[in-house]
Design a binder for this molecule. Structure first.
Ligand code: GLN
Length: 234
């Protein structure tokens, strides 16, 4: 059987720091191995995000300039995105996208940009400093190690109902203080990892695709998809 997943590439024409669009290529690569056909559609400024139309969403990183534009437009998609998330819809959000799913983001110039508010984290600013470099984290529940490259000025603070994607082993992570990196909330995965994250961490691609498949095809036998070995790198 071939499965179909509809993917919303949120602001794909604006939010693409360090080639985050590569996550879509990686998703496609793994989807094919899992007998999944992905239909990817960019959902950007002025477009409706109809939660029922999508099985998965990807939201890449951006500079403060793009984030300011997106922060305004995304308020029109607030209810639909919140419904999608609360209904168990899987989303991968990177850096600027991760920041904007939360409550707010304070840019390098001190300006406050409103997030969607669908997740409880918020992001404050560093004084004339950025966290830049390679990063390694470990997810405490699965023991899986993730590798990436971070470059952000924002300091993200997780809410009570959120858990980190992993604990920092090398690098800075969400805020350089509490040892957390990224977020997991329901089936939303947020991270500061560029690189892009899925090309270096195929296990995460498989996890997100399985989340989407289980939600859309609750009665399907996905044992061969579950058993798929992921190579060390894309
Ligand atoms: N502009 C945000 C920050 O500097 C996000 C950057 C990014 O997406 N790489 O924190």
């Amino acid at each position: 059987m071939t499965y179909d997943l509809n993917v919303a590439h949120l602001y794909g024409d604006l939010m693409n720091t360090y080639g985050d669009v590569g996550n879509i290529l990686a998703l496609n690569y793994y989807a094919k191995q899992m007998d999944v056909n992905l239909n990817v559609q960019v959902v950007s400024l002025g477009d409706d995000f109809n939660a029922a139309d999508y099985d998965l969403a990807f939201f890449g990183g951006g500079q403060d300039f793009e984030q300011e534009i997106v922060s305004q437009d995304i308020q029109d998609k607030k209810q639909a995105l919140t419904d999608f998330i609360e209904d168990g819809g899987p989303i991968l959000a990177i850096c600027g996208g991760y920041q904007l799913l939360g409550q707010y983001y304070i840019g390098a110039n001190g300006e406050r940009l409103e997030g969607v508010g669908a997740l409880s984290h918020y992001t404050t600013k560093q004084e004339d400093h950025r966290f830049i470099g390679d990063i390694v984290i470990k997810n405490q529940e699965t023991g899986v190690t993730y590798h990436g490259f971070e470059n952000h000025q924002g300091l993200t603070w997780l809410g009570e109902d959120e858990r980190p994607l992993g604990n920092v082993e090398e690098g800075h992570g969400n805020n350089g203080e509490d040892g957390s990196e990224g977020v997991i909330y329901k089936h939303v995965y947020g991270s500061y990892f560029h690189g892009p994250i899925l090309t270096r961490n195929p296990e995460l691609a498989k996890r997100i695709l399985l989340d989407a498949l289980k939600r859309k095809y609750p009665n399907a036998d996905l044992s061969s998809q579950e058993a798929l070995e992921t190579p060390a790198t894309f």
